[in-house]
Write a protein that binds this ligand. Structure first.
Ligand code: 5AD
Ligand code: SF4
Length: 458
């Protein structure tokens, strides 16, 4: 997008942009960047689609009836668009846009723009084109240029906790997953660009930064000195930034957990002792079918090494039950792995066949009722582990980074190092501070306690 093109767009004083976001943190980050890209055209965010000049649906295709949800939302928006005499630009972005492409325009011809995740930087051009030509614009190629080179610096501050995309795409091709198709090949941003963005976030008041990537620990970026850094080295660079209190990264693949990264957990107090490390299954047979390229034992040994490096480390994971070919014995192996590792928190899903992925057409699809039963059994075990982890926090003192006012008057809320929401009585002037809290009570999804004078040293 060149300045000259921008100038051809009449600068209406204020236009309202409403973005609806589904899916992962990456999509939340992308929605923010799309708003940034549209800000120079006069678009300011609004909370409702009513009266909006432009609505973007930023979609997720990872599970469930993603496309159906998008079409039903589009049905609702169509009425709003008609009520506005067509003066509402409707855009479908994200992974459903990438996967369904023309199908969206065929089923919902009132959509103006369909754009894949790699083309957000071209959004202003597409808006101009849609406004001028009145025809639909579709951009789902994987362009040669890197969108990060064309995106403006972030405008809106993200707040006390911020997300920063360092890596996109995935080369792993797990049997069940659409990401390598919708997000494309692995791409890492250069370290200097990441550090510059981190400095800006810190200057805007962020105290915690989570580095994001579909396969974030595969990050291998150009180093400021001309070489190549791995994620472990990048985390050291990030930890050296003044003003930053906390660092995290998500989501990782067990195969890309290298020595430098494990050493970063040992050496960097700012790197939080909480790691989301999806295992998906505890059965070696299913792990092989899934093309995960590790065994259950590899995962156990890896978590042992991580805990040896950082004894207070807690783990979170993703699981899929009912993957094609999964027997009762395979599922039992998953329960055994969960018992051996012990998770502080986890996400678990029923396998959902994604068109075009290898597992979707494979023999041995598990009946829905069986998937339901396995999911309930797994979730009840994971819930028990989470409750035990939270209960063990009662009576301890934890550092809490306060992020906002609580629901009750006089209360503030923040996050522990393990991302547990923690409520305490305290002044809103403490938002943005990391302070010690003596934990008094564990609730199903949060903890509460009383503020202690001093922050615990790491
Ligand atoms: N069905 C069910 N769960 C899936 N996931 C990814 N693809 C599928 C699918 N087809 C889960 C995995 C992944 C998480 C983000 O979503 O557990 O780690
Ligand atoms: Fe999908 Fe993650 Fe596997 Fe990549 S590593 S294919 S993103 S599940």
């Amino acid at each position: 997008m060149t300045g000259a093109n921008l100038e051809t767009i009449p600068k209406a004083a204020r236009k309202r942009l409403h973005v609806i976001t589904w899916g992962c943190q990456m999509n939340v980050y992308d929605s923010g960047r799309m708003a940034d890209v549209l800000a120079p055209l006069g678009y300011a965010p609004t909370d409702t689609p009513e009266g909006a000049d432009m609505v973007i649906l930023n979609t997720c295709h990872i599970r469930d009836k993603a496309a159906e949800k998008v079409f039903s939302e589009l049905g609702r928006l169509r009425r709003l668009k008609e009520a506005a005499n067509g003066r509402m630009i409707l855009a479908v972005a994200g992974c459903v846009a990438q996967a369904e492409g023309k199908e969206i325009l065929a089923r919902a011809p009132f959509v103006d723009i369909v754009l894949g995740p790699q083309t957000y930087h071209r959004l202003p051009e597409m808006v101009a084109q849609a406004a001028r030509a009145g025809g639909a614009v579709i951009e789902t190629e994987f362009p040669a240029e890197d969108k990060f080179d064309f995106l403006p610096e972030q405008s809106a501050p993200q707040g006390v906790t911020a997300f920063l995309t360092v890596q996109e795409g995935c080369d792993k091709f797990c049997s069940f997953c659409v990401v390598p198709y919708t997000r494309g090949a692995e791409q890492s941003r250069p370290a200097a660009a990441i550090l510059a963005e981190a400095r800006r976030l810190i200057a805007q008041g962020s105290r915690e930064i989570t580095l994001l990537g579909q396969n974030v620990n595969a990050w291998h970026g150009a180093a400021p000195d001309g070489g190549t850094w791995s994620l472990g080295r990048l985390l050291r660079g990030m930890a050296a930034l003044p003003g930053l209190a906390r660092l995290r990264y998500a989501t990782s693949h067990p195969r890309d957990m290298d020595d430098a990264l494990i050493e970063a957990h040992r050496d960097l107090p700012k790197l939080m002792p909480f790691l989301h490390l999806p295992v998906q299954s505890g059965s070696d047979r299913i792990l092989a079918t899934m093309n995960r390229r590790h065994t259950a034992d590899d995962y156990l040994r890896l978590t042992d090494r991580l805990r040896a490096a950082r004894p207070d480390l807690a783990l979170s994971s993703d699981f899929i039950v009912g993957h094609s070919g999964e027997t009762e014995a395979d599922f039992e192996a998953t329960l055994t792995l969960v018992r051996s590792v012990g998770f502080a928190q986890a996400y678990s899903f029923k396998y959902s066949p994604r068109p075009g992925t290898p597992a979707a057409g494979a023999p041995g699809q598990v009946p829905e009722a069986e998937k339901d039963r396995r999911l309930q059994a797994l979730q009840s075990l994971l819930r028990e582990q989470q409750a035990a982890f939270n209960a063990a926090c009662v009576g301890t003192t934890m550092n809490v980074l306060f992020t906002g006012p609580g629901r009750h008057p006089g209360q503030i809320v923040g996050r522990s190092s393990y991302l547990q929401p923690i409520h305490a009585i305290g002044s809103v002037s403490l938002i943005g501070d990391e302070l010690a809290v003596r934990i008094r009570d564990a609730h199903p999804n949060s903890l509460s306690g009383t503020l202690v004078q001093e922050r615990l040293s790491a």
